[in-house]
Design a protein around this ligand. Structure first.
Ligand SMILES: Cc1cc2nc3c(=O)[nH]c(=O)nc-3n(C[C@H](O)[C@H](O)[C@H](O)COP(=O)(O)O)c2cc1C
Length: 173
């Protein structure tokens, strides 16, 4: 069964990670984009009112969405809202899925991701991998939100993280 990586990224970190994961899994890569740049205000409104924003997708050819790795940022403790539309669209065809993210982590780990996925998709993920930028920066002094926001993943680091994801997803066929 072929694996599909579906990713959204606002500032590039999850895009470069998703690309490395798709290459490592020889998977198709579908990229979700927003028609315009997502403002902090609009992010806050989505999260507050559980909105599902309209998105664009690079998907041109029909593919089987049975094995899916969703990749995207965490916003306000939740999976970024632009991934909601594809999650909803493919939830019934998913046999197995995982969620991978590189997020800030300045306020600590994001503990509610698995519960959110289960609620939105109706079944448990095979794996949730949340890399925290705060843990990649020097621990002392404690990294601030501004510092984690400014971090940009490079290709070498993305490949290193993708290898860890590959280990986690060994059960993905
Ligand atoms: C409005 C907003 C809220 C955020 N909330 C969280 C959060 O709750 N937890 C977290 O770990 N990171 C949080 N972040 C940090 C992003 O997840 C982080 O900057 C990520 O690397 C962005 O990914 P991207 O470059 O793929 O867009 C937040 C960022 C923004 C803009």
């Amino acid at each position: 069964m072929k694996t599909v990586v579906i990713s959204y990224s606002r500032t590039g970190n999850n895009q470069i990670l998703a690309k490395a994961i798709a290459a490592g899994l020889s998977a198709e890569h579908v990229t979700i984009t927003m028609p315009g740049e997502k403002s902090f205000f609009s992010i806050g409104m989505d999260m507050l009112f559980n909105r599902t924003p309209k998105v664009n997708t690079t998907q041109e050819n029909p593919v089987d969405f049975q094995n899916v790795v969703f990749v995207g940022p965490v916003w306000m403790g939740q999976i970024a809202s632009p991934l909601r539309a594809p999650v909803r669209k493919h939830r019934n065809s998913l046999q197995q899925y995982a969620f991978v993210s590189i997020s800030g982590g300045a306020d600590g780990p994001n503990t509610k991701l698995t519960a959110e996925l289960k609620k939105r998709i109706g079944k448990d993920p095979v794996s949730v991998v949340n890399f925290l930028i705060a843990e990649m920066l020097p621990a002392d002094p404690k990294p601030t939100r501004e510092q984690t926001e400014a971090y940009r993943l490079d290709e070498a680091k993305a490949e290193e993280l993708a290898r860890k994801v590959m280990e986690e997803l060994k059960t993905f066929s």
